[in-house]
Structures are given as structure tokens and as C-alpha cells.
Design a protein around this ligand. Sequence first.
Ligand code: UD1
Length: 355
Amino acid sequence: MYCAHVVGARPNFMKAAPVVRAMAQRSGVRQVLVHTGQHYDQNMSDVFFRELEIPEPDFNLAVGSGSHAVQTGQIMMRFEPVVKKDRPDLVLVYGDVNSTIAAALVCSKLGIPVAHVEAGLRSFDRSMPEEINRLLTDQIADLLFTPSEDGDRNLLREGVPAERIRFVGNVMIDTLVRLLPKAAAALPARLPSGYALVTLHRPSNVDEPQMLQDILRALDEISRELPVIFPIHPRTAQRIAQLGFHPGENFQFWEPQSYLQFLALQQKATVVITDSGGIQEETTFLGVPCLTVRDSTERPVTVAVGTNSLVGRDLKRLQAEACALLRGRRKQGNIPPLWDGNAAQRIAGIICERG
Ligand code: UD1
């Protein structure tokens, strides 16, 4: 069995890491790792490879940033010769980033089977680039590994044959379970005893100057009662620099954190405020309250079962929920089924059985 894994952006790395490890433990498996280079900064890519102990990529396509069309097109053009040369038996793609759909599309045209890890998630908001990537990838994938049962239902409704769908659980949680014991040592020194940990990077929140301004003001208000720590994604940093926003003293902007640092920060946070997908899942596993600044989520299990609350883009509600939390109204949650640290082993078992 010869398989190729394709990763490109920060949230892919923690999903691929456990699958690469699980496949490496099986006999008769040869695997290669392709990094598209969608994320390329030291602190957006390299540090994750180190901490997650992912082997050096066999190929780096170095596509870098660009418009969606340019980025997706460049990945396709550079990936095609790689897979055409020594056709893998299976190509694994992860999550919902541009690298995911670009690689899946190349393979489907070449008749190379594709497995999509984290299939079936739907926000039902087609203005999100990730939703388009999810919908299209799932239509052309041959094997669809879902993290939660809502994923199975979405795929069946869209006409994906049942025999292609496997509910395996959440690979991102595999990585969390494995590395949580190491996280405490990565906790930055001199942290306040309680704090709100913030991440925002969705175009719908940061690309519209008025919206970004309003969010920052709401966070600044929150920081009067609870210190705010905001590690900024490069695209958000660019937008904030354009606004010229100057926060109060309890509101700190930080560089993007490494995986272990961010995990440690989440574990100790009073509340996490985010528009990320993966962080909604990690906080659910950790039992930390999460306020998601989005109107929809492709991860409804984190709201139905976990500690996540969707506050929409209503910033009064964000402030009210943060205050309620400080007064002791804390959402209790459970861990969703099969978020147990063994999802990648299930995936490896299914792939190897299939041959
Ligand atoms: C991508 C994913 C998004 C994911 C996010 C996580 C898509 C469509 N989006 O969004 O789903 O949640 O990654 O981080 O694939 N930049 C750097 N250094 C880097 C990478 C990016 O400075 O290493 C800057 C560039 O200015 C770039 C901008 O960030 O233009 C956006 O990067 P891009 O990869 O296009 O999308 P993300 O917003 O990171």
C-alpha cells in the first residue's frame, strides 16, 4: 500500500500527524508527505512539524499566498506531476483548506483514489470558502472519514453512497490526547490567573473594517474585567495594523503560538473566544467554555454536546455571555462519541483492510 498525505495549512498538521503515525505502524505501507506550502511562516508551519513530530515533507510545493484562484490553481499545477509520476494507491487530504480541494481535484481527474479525513462537516454557509472546499471534496472523494455522526447524515443527504462513509472520530483530538501531557511545560510565564484567549481570522470578521473595529472594541470592554490574550494570525495582524487600533493595558496581542503553547493556553483559559473550527473542538474536549463569533458552525456537536456557544456576530451578546461566565454561569459539556484518541488507528485499519 502506497499512500500520499497532502497538507498545506496550519489546521491540517494536527490532523495528518496521527494518521501518518498510525499508518507507519502497519506493515507493507509506504507513505510520502506533500506540503503544498500554503502556510509557510516559521510560526505557522515549521514549529508545528517539530512539535507534532511529523516527518520532513518529501515534497514542498512552496505555493505561498495568493487569491483563492491563484492558490488553488498553483497547488493543482504543482501537485499533478508529483502524483502522476509514481501514482499512489491512495491520497489522503485533510480538513477544508484550499490545499484539500486542490489535491482532491487533481487526483479525481487522474483516477487516483482519494480519502478525505474530516468529511461531512457543513456550516450551510456557502459564503465561507471552506464550505465550498468541503462540499466539493466530499463529492469526489472515494473514502470519507467523518469525525461526528452529523457528518454521516450530511453526506447521505447529499447522495454520497453509504459504503464510502466511515464514522471514525476526531483525529485532531488524537493529537491533543497524545500531546496534552507535554503542554503544561509550554505554558508561557507570567500569565494572569484568569484570561480570555482570543483567535480571529475569518474573512467575515476581519476583512470588513467596521466589523473588525466593533469586535476589537467589544474585546477591549471585556478586558476591563478579564485580561484578553490574542495571538494574531498574519491576516488579522495586517487588518489590525490598517485600522490603527490601540488596546487598553489588559488587552495583549501576541505572535501566533506553537501547538503546545496554544494548547496550554486553552487549557488554562477562563473562556476562549474564536472563529476557528478546530478550537471549537479542542475546547469541547478540554471542557473550557468557548464563545464562537460566527452565525453558523460546521461542528454542531460542539454546541449540542460540548462547551461551545454560538454568539453570532452580535457583539452585545458576546460581551453579555463573557460577563455571565465571569459571574459563574458556565456551560457544562461532554466529550462527543469517538473523540477518544484512536481515530487515526481506525482510519489506518480501514485503509489497510481495503488494500
Ligand atoms: C487558511 C484556511 C482556513 C484556515 C486557516 C488557518 C483556506 C481557504 N483557508 O486561511 O480555513 O482556518 O488557514 O490558519 O484554505 N500568511 C502569512 N504566513 C503564512 C500564511 C499566511 O503571512 O504562513 C498571510 C498572508 O498574507 C496570506 C494570509 O495570511 O495572504 C492568508 O493566508 P491563506 O493561507 O490564504 O488563508 P488563511 O486565512 O490562513
